[in-house]
Design a protein around this ligand. Sequence first.
Ligand SMILES: [Zn+2]
Length: 427
Amino acid sequence: MSTIALDASDRRELLDRFLRYVRIDTQSDENSTASPSTEKQKDLARVLVGELQQLGCADAAMTEWGYVFATVPSNVPAGHAAAGKVPAIGLVAHMDTYHGTVGAGVKPQVIESYGGGDLALPGDARQVIRFADNPNLARCVGHTIVTSDGTTLLGADDKAGIAEIMTAVAWLGRHPEFLHGPVRIGFTTDEEVGRGTEHFDVAAFGAAYAYTLDGSDIAEIEDETFCADSALVVIEGHDVHPGYAKGKLVNAVRVGAAIVERLPREFLPETTEGRQSYLHAYDLRGDVTRVEVKLIVRAFTEEELREREESLREAVRVVQAAYAEARISVEFKESYRNMAYKIAEDPKVLDYAFEAVRRLGLEPVRRAIRGGTDGSRLSFMGLLTPNIWAGGQSFHSVQEWVSLEWMAKASEVTLHLLQIWLERSAA
Ligand SMILES: [Zn+2]
């Protein structure tokens, strides 16, 4: 049995892959209804298909939606205690980058043996990654750090995850003595615009369990996401010439503003953190006759999600009473649910992840994400998918950075996972 560890040349390969992938612009577009939202995401998809085929994944292919799927077949010999019993495990990462920050023309900066202190970014003198603002930099002294030049994001979210999975696949190819069950690789598009699983065919993917590599800090495993709904408040007023409006005008603009003002202060994104819930009015538009207010509702439990929705209904009731002539409607739509509900139904997918982290000599850190992942949707589509760190820091910003050592550990943890699934299937 080979020791699971990336050696110096594996790490070099991991870095080279990462640098290659981040130079390909894959920014998604929240205003597009196409799939993928931007054609350029397929530029990276095509590169990955070619590389996967070179690594021996004969079935590697891009779907019409731009997803990349591939298989590393099981190499468990007939007669082995686990032969035919190891479930297929999926490794998933997303190819797109955040729509709000420039993703074209990424010029990665590699700092070998980081000595501590601030990191100046060569493309923009105003952009400095401050040691004091990034507590994790202190944990990465001596590491190889990668940043952008300060004019673009880096794209470690989630090309770090892709490079880690690709390096694990390459490692498996170089270590045929390392036994593992079937591994399914899935690279998605449009995660950043919340559409990463829109065309994800879970049955065709064929994995029994999966892991996304899309988190941040080393040793962190995330099995909880928000429960998320959206809300639409529509206010219909009554327009009259304002010079002759006394007793007749019903101004939807004032009604809409009153509702937003009525939302409880203690449940706003800017006043909450950790496990607290919020109600967020993010779009308000219209005129005297009609106003639409768009909101999102977020909480870690369904009960609390209902409470926040009741906060909105209460605000509407109070305002309705003050503007009896206005017609106000509220409608909620489900976005996604906390994947912890699903994972609790079959917790070994999580337990094995903790065990894999321990085998790296680290203490696993269980965390809840104040957001969603591809994994939260996949979990509700029948494929339980906790999230593992990928290493990136300050996601979505021009000060994004990543440690190569943390990336290497993420790659190694996937290999430990495969080994644990094999061991437990043989037992
Ligand atoms: Zn991500």
